[in-house]
Design a protein around this ligand. Structure first.
Ligand SMILES: Cc1ncc(C[n+]2csc(CCOP(=O)(O)OP(=O)(O)O)c2C)c(N)n1
Length: 474
């Protein structure tokens, strides 16, 4: 917000998320400014009661051409700088009277300035032992209000997570305060850390013995179509595997171990492109495989693949097409044939897009068919001079299937079972990392949780003694 010179709100609970969003629209319209609502993990992951409010209908604003404001060419941008500076001064004035920047006076030995979740922690630890300036509008800061508050307390603490964003500005205004001299700049805060930093004493919550916890790292779902791809890829050595942002981020963990690195959404193909060249130039004989989901491909992966096709490398680019945007909650995307409201829409064909970019070697495969998956990887590894694309195509196991999915894929979800007489306890099935599998270390036998299994058959295909079958099959 500071860098872009725009306004910023920081809610600390669900009610404030609503109230500040409403206010943000008003601020945006009044001052002609984009407004950032800064959400942090703890606020996003918490739930609190909210008061329902009536929807306020606002008449549409009629469009008027305003080239002197909207056309970002240098001659106009230069003049806009004056407007932005004037606007910031006005926003400083608003910050002083903003109802979300509230003073709460109690004992004045300690004064706390905080926003968002950090305010909640301070309040929980210090209660009435401190006075507070709770900031909800945090850029620009209400410096007059801060000065007046600082004058009323003996010692001022600015409590904020990670970087000293408010603290630096407050110090710059000549106001003495504690901040990162006592509060760590690593990790999220919590009441214990605030207590140790401000009161110099440990808080003790409820003691829970370690034995109550079973470490359960996040895993791909039982039946996730990404599993077949990672299972086969993880077996290859001398390979650099570039991941991306989606459910397949989980392909890096044990036992699949099929990822070296990931950067940001849509980057994997261009990262792989650079990597391939770097490895080749430095004489390292490794192939680079990159993967991303269908939604990520449409988001920014097309640009990434353009880079690979145009600039030329032998990266193996894999599009994990599970027919939906899995990780963030099953939003449709341009490849599903439905728009975000679930209405029928133009289906953009991934394979056609890949070919249109100039990629000559393209294959589509069912990733849950391990033999076909392995053969497809062999095919791509054999193409040594040019880029290739593999599209793994099978719907996400949690997807509400469309009629096209039902017509296109055999979606039999009959679970698999282990024949314990045949099971030799080799644990090969466990190497798929499927959470539906159990292992009884006393009897040295695997079993499959029937409520979890959806019959993807990956474990069945890896079992060396055919001890696993679909329920009802011989
Ligand atoms: C730039 C950016 N925008 C949005 C997100 C949030 N996000 C994380 S995963 C994801 C969806 C990934 O979907 P897809 O690539 O289809 O993979 P899937 O989870 O279905 O396997 C999104 C939108 C992000 N991490 N980065």
């Amino acid at each position: 917000a500071k860098f872009a010179k725009i306004a910023m709100f920081e809610p600390s609970d669900s009610q404030e998320c609503i109230d500040m969003t409403k206010e943000a629209y008003k601020v945006s319209e009044t001052y002609g400014v984009p407004v950032m609502i800064r959400m942090t993990t703890r606020v996003c992951h918490s739930k609190s009661l909210v008061e329902e409010q009536d929807r306020q209908e606002v008449p549409p604003v009629l469009y008027q051409k305003q080239r002197e404001k909207m056309d970002a060419v240098p001659a106009i941008s230069k003049k806009r700088r004056y407007v932005v500076e004037e606007r910031e001064e006005k926003l400083k004035g608003y910050s002083e009277i903003c109802p979300f920047n509230e003073v709460e006076m109690h004992d004045t030995k300690i004064g706390i300035i905080a926003a968002g979740a950090a305010y909640m922690y301070a309040k929980e630890v210090l209660g009435d032992q401190a006075s507070y300036l709770k900031l909800g509008f945090t850029y620009p800061l209400p410096m007059e209000k801060i000065k007046a508050f600082a004058d009323k307390v003996d010692e001022l603490y600015v409590i904020e997570e990670l970087d000293p964003f408010m603290e630096e500005q407050i110090r710059q205004a000549g106001i003495a305060c504690h901040g990162k001299d006592v509060i760590p700049n690593i990790d999220e805060l919590n009441p214990n850390i605030v207590s140790a930093s401000v009161l110099k004493k440990q808080q003790h919550g409820v003691e829970v013995p370690d034995s109550c916890f079973v470490p359960r790292p996040p895993a791909l779902c039982a039946g996730c179509p990404h599993r077949g791809f990672f299972y086969e890829l993880g077996k290859r050595k001398d390979t650099v595997m570039v991941g991306d942002i989606g459910c397949y981020a989980l392909g890096g963990s044990a036992p699949l171990n099929a990822k070296d690195l990931a950067v940001c959404m849509g980057s994997s193909f261009s990262v792989a492109h650079g990597f391939s060249h770097g490895l080749q130039l430095s004489g390292q004989n490794k192939r680079v495989v990159a993967c991303m989901g269908d939604s990520t491909f449409f988001h920014t992966g097309i640009n990434s693949l353009t880079d690979v096709a145009y600039n030329g490398s032998n990266a193996i680019c894999v599009i994990l097409d599970n027919r939906i945007t899995g990780m963030t909650g099953h939003q449709d995307n341009p490849g599903t044939g439905y728009n975000i409201k679930g209405e029928p829409a133009t289906l953009i064909d991934v394979e056609a897009v890949v070919k249109a970019l100039g990629i000559k070697h393209v294959r589509t495969v069912n990733p849950l068919d391990l033999k076909a998956m392995k053969e497809t990887l062999d095919w791509a590894f054999a193409i040594e001079e040019e880029p290739s694309v593999i599209i793994t195509k099978w719907p996400c196991v949690l997807k509400k299937y469309s009629k096209e999915d039902k017509a296109q894929f055999n979606l039999d979800k009959t679970p698999c079972v282990v024949d314990t007489d045949k099971c030799i306890g080799c644990k090969k099935c466990l190497s798929t990392g499927c959470p539906a599998l159990r292992y009884d270390s006393e009897n040295k036998k695997s079993s499959i949780a029937q409520a979890d299994c959806v019959g993807c058959t990956v474990c069945m295909q890896v079992c060396p003694v055919q001890a696993i079958s679909r329920k009802g099959d011989k």
